[in-house]
Design a binder for this molecule. Structure first.
Ligand SMILES: [Zn+2]
Length: 227
């Protein structure tokens, strides 16, 4: 699962919880940020094998600290608890339901990974691995990613008041994410090394976070001034 994770970020943002979209973009990929960092440090292990599954080259054969069910629950709790101090530090508005929403957004990553991944997600430590393996079916997996993202963006546009120019930017951002997914799923390429792959994860995910930040600024400062 790749851009499908962002559907949750778009879907849960509301005028009530007022969580910045960029924070939700970090939350839904929080487990992958931990994973990419641990692979870079040599603590978690990854093999990149061409044709490993039809839709992905990633053989994540050891990622118990970022992607086991127990640790996914742990990190979701950590993120939920950390959200209030983060709000006072940055600073932005905090609402009561926001911490829970952040925790659920982090946990959604594991649930969506469960659909796509082959049986490489451990329940606990590196044991009892699960995964429904939709990545073995390239077109259905791709279709699910797109359907999820489109639904998430539709909810975001329906639940949040915003100027038209920002709506256009959100849709354009969605189209850009779809193009990235097309590239990832369908454009053949030579497998990179494990470290280069997770560096790419860091760079792309952070680029998306920056765009999410910028998108929510569009049309925000404009005021109607009487002559
Ligand atoms: Zn993941």
């Amino acid at each position: 699962m790749f851009i499908g994770h962002y559907s949750v970020a778009f879907a849960v943002k509301s005028d009530q919880n007022r969580i910045p979209l960029w924070v939700l973009f970090v939350a839904v990929q929080f487990l992958d940020y931990i994973w990419a960092t641990l692979v870079l440090l040599g603590i978690e292990k990854l093999r990149v094998i061409k044709g490993f599954t039809a839709g992905s080259m990633l053989d994540s054969y050891f990622h118990p600290y970022s992607h086991s069910l127990i640790m996914a629950m742990f990190w979701s709790g950590v993120a939920g608890i950390a959200y209030k101090p983060l709000c006072s530090w940055l600073p932005f508005a905090y609402s009561k339901s926001a911490a829970l929403t952040i925790g659920l957004a982090v946990f959604s990553h594991w649930v969506l990974d469960l659909i796509a991944h082959p049986r490489d997600l451990a329940i606990y430590d590196n044991k009892w691995k699960v995964g429904f393996g939709l990545w073995n079916y390239r077109d259905p997996e791709f279709a699910l990613e797109i359907a999820l993202l489109a639904s998430g963006i539709a909810l975001y546009l329906a639940r949040n008041l915003m100027p038209t120019i920002r709506k256009i930017a959100v849709v354009a951002f969605g189209v850009a994410l779809v193009i990235v997914q097309i590239g990832d799923t369908y454009v053949p390429r030579a497998p990179l090394t494990d470290k280069a792959t997770v560096m790419g994860v860091w760079v792309f995910y952070t680029l998306f976070v920056l765009i999410a930040f910028a998108v929510e600024k569009i049309g925000g400062r404009r005021k109607i001034t009487a002559p």
